[in-house]
Each structure stands twice: as C-alpha cells, then as structure tokens.
Design a protein around this ligand. Structure first.
Ligand SMILES: NC(=O)c1ccc[n+]([C@@H]2O[C@H](COP(=O)([O-])OP(=O)(O)OC[C@H]3O[C@@H](n4cnc5c(N)ncnc54)[C@H](O)[C@@H]3O)[C@@H](O)[C@H]2O)c1
Ligand SMILES: [Zn+2]
Length: 380
C-alpha cells in the first residue's frame, strides 16, 4: 500500500469495470467508497444493488451531476478512480444533453470540488476511451503513417469499406494506434470522454494533483450488462445467441478491434495507483492485438456450442470506425502493464458467468436499439 493511501473512491463502482477495480482494492485492504447512481439502463428500472457488488465497500447512491453529493465523499478519500459515465456511442447521438451532463458536467463537478474544497486527494485516475481516436492509425505504402478521417457516407454506400490514404487516396493498411494519433471523436459519447480525460489532466497538472488517464479499448467480461443494447459487442452477441438469434455484423464483418478482459483493465488501474513516474499522461489500455468482428462472432458461437452463424448485413452505421487496436508500449514502459488474459480463455469465463444468470438479465434488445438508430437516420 503506497504511503498515506487508505481511503479510495470509485465513481461508477457499481458498474462493470468499476466493480472489478473495487474488488482488487478490497483484496489489497484499502477502504473503498463506491459512488454510483445505479443508472436504470445499466442496472434495471428497479435499481437493485448488483449481486456482484463487494459488500466490504461502502456504497453511496449518488449522482455525479449533483455537485453537493461529491463534496463530503471527496473530503474523505486519498485517491479517486473516476469510472462513472453514461456509456453508449449510438445513443449519445440522440441523447446529447444526458451524455454531456453525466460525463462532461459530472467530471467538471468532481474537479470543481478538488479545486475549491479541502481534501487529501493524492491521485486521480480517470477512465478514458479509445473512441476518442475516431479511426485508428494507418500506413500508406507511399506516404507512411497517416491518420485518415472517417469514411464518407458516399464511400460506405459503395461498400468500399477500407480506408484510403488522406494524401494520395490509395487504400491504407491498419496499424497499431498510439497515443499521439490525432484525436477525432465521432460521437457525443466520445467527445464527452475526451472532455473527461483532458479536463482531469489539465486540472491535475495545474494544481499538482497527480492524474493519469487510461484509454480503455474494447472491454469484455462477466458483469457487463447483457440487456443493455448500447454496450459492448461481446455482450450484444452473447445476448443474441442465448436468445436464439444470429449475431449481426455491420459492413463485411472485417473490422479490427482490440478486446481486453475487464480484469486486465482493473489491474491497469491498480498499476496507475502504484506507479511513481507515470503521472500527467494518458495510456492506451488494450492487448496490442486485434481480431475481426466476424472472427469474434465465430469464436463466441464456438464457445457457446451454437449452430447459428453470423449474418453479414452489408449495412453500416454512420460514425463507425473501420479499424482500431492499441499500441500499448507506453503503458508497458511507464505502468509495467502487460495484458494477462487471452481472448478465448476470457470468453470461456464469460460463458460460465452467463449460464448462471436469470433470464431477464439476458433480454436481447438489439432490435429495439437498431430501430432507434434507423429512425434517427444513423444506420444505412
Ligand atoms: N466497457 C468498455 O468497453 C469501455 C471502453 C472504454 C471506456 N470505458 C469507460 O469505462 C468506464 C466504466 O464503463 P463500464 O463499461 O463499466 O460501464 P457501466 O455502465 O457498467 O458502469 C458505469 C457506472 O457508472 C454509473 N453512472 C452512470 N452515470 C452516473 C452518474 N451520473 N452518477 C453516478 N454514477 C453514474 C452507472 O450506474 C454504472 O454503474 C466509463 O467511464 C466508460 O466510459 C468503457
Ligand atoms: Zn498515401
């Protein structure tokens, strides 16, 4: 336990990722306070405390949007892991103010308290997201490393899915995305994650509060809300398969992503807490490898022993990124982070967890979410 650190606040600690950070902290004998409003979309309309919630932690049902709620809690802690956020890329494009309120304003409230009230906070670790990159890094065989903008709707309508070099228009090949890739958030959710990251780092640097931002890639694992159709693709595919529905792939299914197990994410957070030469920077937290969404669907079907096959829809969502996977050299160097859980092993663990769930926890709401996107013209 680093000197002078006993009491730790995890905002969003009742959520998927936050709850694993809480467990690791409790294992290491920290006193943990969870600050979470039990968002109905994640926890269900009756907002029960999740069964997995660590009972050794102190739970406070509070909302980031209410500054007064934060004052007392922050005065009691030495470290803050800020995980609370409204999470949903597509949904943020038609619930703009909700996302800005929970994420941008919620973080602004936290920072206002840090700046204006007495406290002992010695470290702030904020959850950021790969979504702030927009498209990943690419290599053009003539021009070298490039960072193309999103594909145009015209290009996507022609089903030309791969990216072109912004300089010479040749097809460009995906490469690992490093932290210096220019940011290009393509949803309100991504913008709000950028706000969270940049605001925390700016206030941290200005006031000498050691701050670290972790840009998570695609996180999967037990406890992810399977009935929330706005979260990760692993959860979405799982709930479809378990309801006897085929997983649906956008475009041709060959999009590359970097899936990291939630326990590796939690470990990266603990490393951030214990690091002493990593402050005031942002780190990619992924595996550094990729899988296509099509192969992911096949792998999940295999693990579930399902006869179903994925549907390649040839449709696309406006704002979708073609390829993005992490370069994790910085996290390796400064945090000593290396991912431990292999995808197949992680997916098997997920299946075990899913088989113990109640039926209402795995309702497949994918079609409703799709219909919403279509109605808003966000899917073509
Ligand atoms: N899951 C991923 O793949 C992924 C990827 C990149 C970044 N992230 C980031 O990681 C963090 C945790 O995400 P998650 O996947 O665990 O999501 P989650 O929805 O399971 O957890 C978020 C938690 O925050 C709480 N919350 C939401 N709004 C709140 C508010 N206004 N006040 C208090 N609590 C609030 C929710 O009730 C929930 O328990 C988020 O900041 C998210 O942006 C997640
Ligand atoms: Zn080129």
């Amino acid at each position: 336990m680093p000197l002078g650190i006993e009491n730790i606040l995890v905002t969003g600690g009742a959520g998927f990722i936050g709850s694993y950070i809480v467990d690791l902290l409790i294992d290491e004998d920290y006193n943990v306070i969870i600050f979470d409003n039990l968002e109905p979309q994640v926890h269900g309309s009756k907002q029960p405390l999740p069964k997995y919630l660590n009972t050794t932690a102190q739970f406070r049902k509070n909302d980031m949007r209410v500054k007064e709620d934060l004052v007392e809690t922050i005065s009691e802690v030495d470290v803050i892991f800020h995980q609370a956020a409204a999470v949903g890329v597509g949904q943020s494009m038609y619930q703009v103010s909700k996302y800005i309120h929970s994420n941008t304003l919620g973080t602004a409230n936290l920072l206002d308290v840090l700046v204006n009230k007495d406290h002992n906070v010695k470290k702030l670790v904020v959850a950021s997201s790969m979504s702030i990159y927009g498209e990943g890094r690419y290599i053009c065989e003539d021009c070298g490393s490039v960072s193309p903008d999103l594909r145009s709707i015209e290009q996507m309508k022609k089903k030309e899915w791969e990216l072109r070099c912004p300089k010479c228009d040749k097809t460009a090949a995906p490469a690992p995305t490093d932290e210096d890739k220019p940011l290009n958030p393509t949803s309100i959710y991504a913008m709000s994650k950028r706000h969270q990251e940049e605001m925390c780092l700016l206030i941290g640097k200005t006031y000498g509060i050691p701050t670290i931002a972790l840009r998570y890639f695609n996180v999967y694992g037990p406890r992810q809300a399977l009935s929330n159709p706005y979260t990760g693709v692993v959860a979405i595919f799982s709930s479809r398969i378990l309801n006897g529905n085929q997983p649906i792939l956008y475009e041709d299914g060959n999009m590359k992503r970097d899936f990291i197990h939630v326990k590796d994410i939690a470990r990266a957070n603990l490393l951030a807490l214990k690091s002493n030469n990593a402050d005031y920077r942002t780190y990619n937290i992924g595996t550094g490898t990729y899988i296509t969404i099509k192969d992911l669907a096949k792998r999940i079907l295999g693990i579930y022993n399902s006869e179903l096959s994925p549907i390649i829809s040839d449709e696309f969502r406006i704002g979708d990124v073609r390829h993005c996977y992490a370069d994790i050299s910085l996290a390796k160097k400064y945090l000593g982070f290396t991912p431990k859980i292999k995808l197949t092993e992680g997916l098997k663990g997920l299946l075990q967890w899913v088989s113990g769930l109640d039926k209402e926890q795995i309702v497949d709401k994918f079609d409703t979410a799709e219909a919403e996107l279509e109605k808003k013209g966000l899917k073509v």
